[in-house]
Design a protein around this ligand. Structure first.
Ligand SMILES: [Fe+2]
Length: 444
C-alpha cells in the first residue's frame, strides 16, 4: 500500500523486547515483499506464527482454459450463475491468462476456516452483500460497490451479513487476482515520487481508503484451519491458536477498502480515454472504474467512446448498474470481452442517438490485460453467442440520418431540439426518450 500506518500496540523500536502481560515475548514477524526491498509491515503476534501443526493438500486451483486459439468478442451473463461454495471455494474463474484470473463468486456458505493466498494479490469488487473481512491486520467492514484489496500472504476470513430483507440479493463479487506475482497498487503516476502521497490530479486519495480497524486480536487456543493457496494448490494447515492474534503492526503493506463512489471521475470537453478511469494496476493488467458522470461538453461532442483498437490489450468490462438498454444483450452482472486484434466501439446508431446526452449513469469495472485472455468452461456455459453478431449490421443501415442542424454544426451538447429529433428516429430508442437523452452508454 502507498503509505505508512499502524494499528494496535507496537514497541518504540523494531526488533527489541516487547512483552506480553505474562512477561513472555510477543512474536515479531516482518511481512516483506520483493526480498524485503518492497512494501513491508511488521506485526506482533501473541503466538509465534511459525507454530503450525501438520498440513495436507486439499485441491488444485490450476485453471483450465478453452478455445485458446479463438479470437472473438464474448459476453457472459454472470447473474444466472448459481450460488455455490463459500467466498473461496465458490469462486468461478471466467477469463484469465498468466497474469490475472477474473472470477465471479456468489457464495452459498460461510467460510469455516481462514484463508491465505500465498500466490497473489486479490482485488475484490463487492457487487451485492455486506459484511466484514477479518484479517491479521484488523477488520474491514464492506458493502456493495466496495473494492477490497487484500495483498498476498494476508490471512483472512469473509463473514457476510444476513440479507436484511427477503428481496435483497445474496452476496456476489467480482475478483481480479494477480497470478504473475505482481502486486495490485494505485498507478504510480498518481503518487508523489518522493513521498508516495496521492497527487492533486489523482481521482482518489488517502482519505478515500478505509484501513483495517479493531477488532484485530483473537487470543484463543484450539484447533484452527488455515487454508493456504500456493503452487496452484490449496493446502490445509492446522494452527493451535487463532491465526488472527496480532496485537499491533505498522508499515506500508496491508489490506484496505475503497468505495467506487469515492472515485472522482475526470471529465473533459472531449471524450476522455480509458486511462483517466484507472484505479489500480499490477504487472500486465490494469483495473478501471467507469462511474456516473457528466459527459463531454464541447458543443459538437460525440459523447460515446470512439471506435478503438487497443492493440496491446484484451478488455473485460463488468457491468454493475445503470441503463444498459443501448447495449444489445448487456445486463447487470454481464461481462464483455473485447480482444486485441479487432476494433470495437459503440453499437451502430449510438453515436448519433446520444448526441445531446449530458450524463451517463453507467457503473462498470474494467480489467485490461496486456496478453490475450482465455475463457474457461464456466464462461462458455454462460456465453451469449449473439453478442459478437450485434455489430454485424452495417452502420449505414442503422445510423439515422443526421438532422439538418447537426449537418450545419448547430447541435449543442445540451439537449438541443435537433438531438431530440435524432434520438426519436434512431434504432436505439428502445429506451424511454428522456433516459436516452440524459444517459449514454459510456464505458469503453
Ligand atoms: Fe475498449
Amino acid at each position: 500500500m502507498p503509505y505508512y500506518t499502524k494499528l494496535g500496540t507496537i514497541p518504540s523500536k523494531r526488533h527489541i523486547q516487547f512483552r506480553r502481560p505474562d512477561g513472555r515475548l510477543y512474536a515479531e514477524e516482518v511481512f516483506g515483499t520483493e526480498g524485503f526491498s518492497g512494501p513491508t509491515s511488521t506485526l506482533y503476534h501473541i503466538h509465534p506464527p511459525t507454530q503450525v501443526i501438520g498440513w495436507k493438500s486439499l485441491y488444485s486451483t490450476k485453471v483450465q482454459y478453452l478455445e485458446r486459439e479463438v479470437m472473438r468478442m464474448r459476453h457472459v451473463k454472470s447473474m444466472p450463475m448459481p450460488t455455490q461454495g463459500d467466498a473461496v471455494t465458490g469462486r468461478e474463474v471466467l477469463f484469465g491468462n498468466n497474469d490475472v484470473e477474473i472470477s465471479v463468486c456468489a457464495p452459498a456458505e460461510t467460510m469455516k476456516y481462514h484463508f491465505k493466498n500465498a500466490m497473489a494479490d486479490e482485488c475484490f469488487f463487492i457487487h451485492f452483500g455486506s459484511g466484514t473481512v477479518f484479517t491479521m491486520f484488523g477488520a474491514l467492514k464492506f458493502g456493495p460497490k466496495d473494492y477490497i484489496v487484500i495483498p498476498k500472504g494476508t490471512i483472512y476470513q469473509f463473514v457476510f451479513d444476513k440479507p436484511k430483507s427477503k428481496g435483497e440479493p445474496g452476496p456476489r463479487f467480482l475478483l481480479m487476482e494477480s497470478v504473475n506475482g505482481s502486486h495490485i497498487l494505485p498507478p504510480p503516476r498518481y503518487l508523489s515520487k518522493k513521498t508516495a502521497q496521492f497527487l492533486e490530479h489523482a481521482p482518489y486519495c488517502e482519505r478515500d481508503l478505509r484501513l483495517p480497524q479493531m477488532p484485530m486480536t483473537f487470543d484463543k487456543k484450539g484447533s484452527f484451519e488455515v487454508r493456504i493457496k500456493s503452487r496452484d494448490q490449496v493446502h490445509s494447515y492446522q494452527y493451535s491458536h487463532h491465526p488472527l492474534d496480532v496485537v499491533g503492526w505498522d508499515g506500508c503493506y496491508y489490506p484496505y477498502c475503497f468505495h467506487i463512489d469515492d472515485f472522482s471521475p475526470i471529465v473533459g470537453k472531449h471524450h476522455m480515454p480509458p486511462p483517466t478511469h484507472q484505479t489500480f494496476e499490477a504487472h500486465n493488467f490494469v483495473i478501471c472504474s467507469f462511474c456516473p458522470r457528466p459527459l463531454d461538453f464541447h458543443p459538437q461532442a460525440i459523447v460515446v467512446p470512439y471506435n478503438h483498437s487497443n492493440l496491446d490489450s484484451d478488455e473485460v468490462l463488468y457491468y454493475v448498474e445503470g441503463n444498459y438498454k443501448a447495449r444489445k444483450g448487456i445486463e447487470v452482472g454481464s461481462l464483455s470481452l473485447h480482444p486485441q486484434g479487432i476494433a470495437h466501439g459503440p453499437h451502430p446508431g449510438t453515436p448519433e442517438a446520444t448526441i445531446g446526452a449530458t450524463h451517463t449513469n453507467e457503473l462498470a469495472v474494467m480489467c485490461d490485460t496486456f496478453a490475450p485472455l482465455y475463457p474457461t468452461k464456466a464462461a462458455l456455459d454462460f456465453d451469449d453467442l449473439e453478442y459478437p453478431r450485434s455489430w454485424e449490421k452495417g452502420w449505414d443501415a442503422e445510423e439515422p440520418a443526421p438532422s439538418a442542424a447537426a449537418k450545419k454544426g448547430k447541435t449543442t451538447a445540451r439537449a438541443s431540439k435537433s438531438s431530440k429529433a435524432s434520438a426519436k428516429t434512431t434504432a436505439m430508442t428502445s429506451a424511454p426518450k428522456k433516459s436516452a437523452k440524459s444517459n449514454a452508454a459510456n464505458t469503453w
